[in-house]
Ligand binder design. Structure first.
Ligand code: ZN
Length: 270
C-alpha cells in the first residue's frame, strides 16, 4: 500500500466510475472505531461507482498515538517539507481531491454523540445529510478549518461517540451504509427510513476565554445559553463573562481549548 498516494493510483481512481466515495479512517491513531468500520466494509463490491477505504495515519495507528508530530486533522493541505503529518497531508491532498465524497471516521470522548461535522454546506449536501440521518450536524462555518474534510469536494466527518462504545461502531456503520444506499451502491435495505428531523448547528464564532477564566458549571453543549447569562468566571477576581447574545454552545467543557471556551452556534431543524 506504499503507493496509494502515487500519481498512478490517483489517475486510476480518477478514471473509475462516479460516484467515487472514500471511506477514510485512522486520521487520529488512537481512534480505533474507524478501523472496525473499515473492517466491516472491506469486502464491499459496490453496485455502481467507486468505493475506496484508506488508513490515514498508519504510523500513528501502529504506535497507538493520536499523531506523531502534529494533529493530522489540523494541518491540511499540508507542507512538502513539513513535519511528519504536514508531509502526510501534502501527499494525501491530491488523493482526496479525486473523490466526490470523503467520509472521515472519528470517535470522541467529549460527550458529543451522533454528530456529523461538515466544513462546507452546499445544496447537494442536504439530501445526503438527510439520508445519513444523524441526530445532529455541526457546520463549522466561521472557523478557519485545516481539517481533512475541508480539503475534500464534499467532506463529512463522523463523530458518533466514545471510541470503545459498541453503539458508536454500530451507528457509524449504519450511517455509512445509508450513504451508500443513497447512491444506490448497495441494495436498498428493508430498514425503516429514519424521517426524524436533524438539529443543524451553524457555528458562527469562537467564544474567547481570557486567562484565569473557567466555564461555569451547568453549561451543556447543544443547550441554549440565553443573552446575559454567565458563561465563564474567574475564581480569584470573581469576575464574570456574560453572553453577549443567545447561542448554542459547541465543544464547551472538558477537552477545552486554551484561549477559547468553545464555539457559539445558531440552531435550526432540517
Ligand atoms: Zn478524531
Amino acid at each position: 500500500m506504499a503507493n496509494k498516494y502515487s500519481k498512478k493510483n490517483i489517475e486510476k481512481i480518477q478514471q473509475s466510475p462516479s460516484p467515487r466515495i472514500l471511506l477514510n479512517v485512522g486520521t487520529h491513531g488512537t481512534e480505533r472505531v474507524g478501523l472496525k468500520v473499515a473492517e466491516y466494509f472491506k469486502n464491499l463490491k459496490p453496485l455502481c461507482g467507486t468505493f475506496v477505504i484508506n488508513l490515514a495515519n498508519e504510523k500513528a495507528i501502529n504506535v497507538g498515538k493520536r499523531f506523531i508530530s502534529d494533529d493530522l486533522n489540523r494541518v491540511f493541505p499540508g507542507k512538502e517539507d513539513g513535519n511528519f503529518e504536514e508531509k502526510l497531508a501534502y501527499k494525501m491532498k491530491p488523493f482526496i481531491d479525486v473523490f466526490d465524497i470523503v467520509v472521515d471516521i472519528h470517535s470522541t470522548e467529549t460527550g458529543v454523540n451522533s454528530s456529523l461535522i461538515i466544513t462546507g454546506f452546499t445544496p447537494k449536501m442536504k439530501p445526503i445529510l438527510k439520508a445519513i440521518s444523524p441526530r445532529r450536524v455541526i457546520y463549522m462555518k466561521a472557523t478557519k478549518s485545516n481539517a481533512l474534510i475541508s480539503s475534500a469536494k464534499l467532506g463529512i466527518g463522523f463523530e458518533y461517540g466514545k471510541d470503545k462504545s459498541k453503539k458508536t461502531y454500530q451507528d457509524t456503520v449504519l450511517g455509512v451504509a445509508r450513504l451508500l444506499e443513497y447512491y444506490k451502491m448497495v441494495e436498498p435495505s428493508r430498514r425503516k427510513q429514519n424521517k426524524k428531523t436533524i438539529e443543524f448547528y451553524e457555528v458562527d464564532a469562537s467564544v474567547e476565554k481570557p486567562e484565569g477564566f473557567k466555564v461555569v458549571p451547568g453549561i451543556k453543549n447543544f443547550t441554549l445559553i440565553k443573552k446575559g447569562s454567565t458563561v465563564g468566571h474567574n475564581a480569584k477576581t470573581k469576575e464574570k463573562i456574560l453572553a453577549k447574545k443567545s447561542f448554542y454552545p459547541i465543544l464547551f467543557g472538558k477537552n477545552s481549548y486554551k484561549t477559547i471556551f468553545g464555539f457559539s452556534s445558531k440552531m435550526k431543524k432540517i
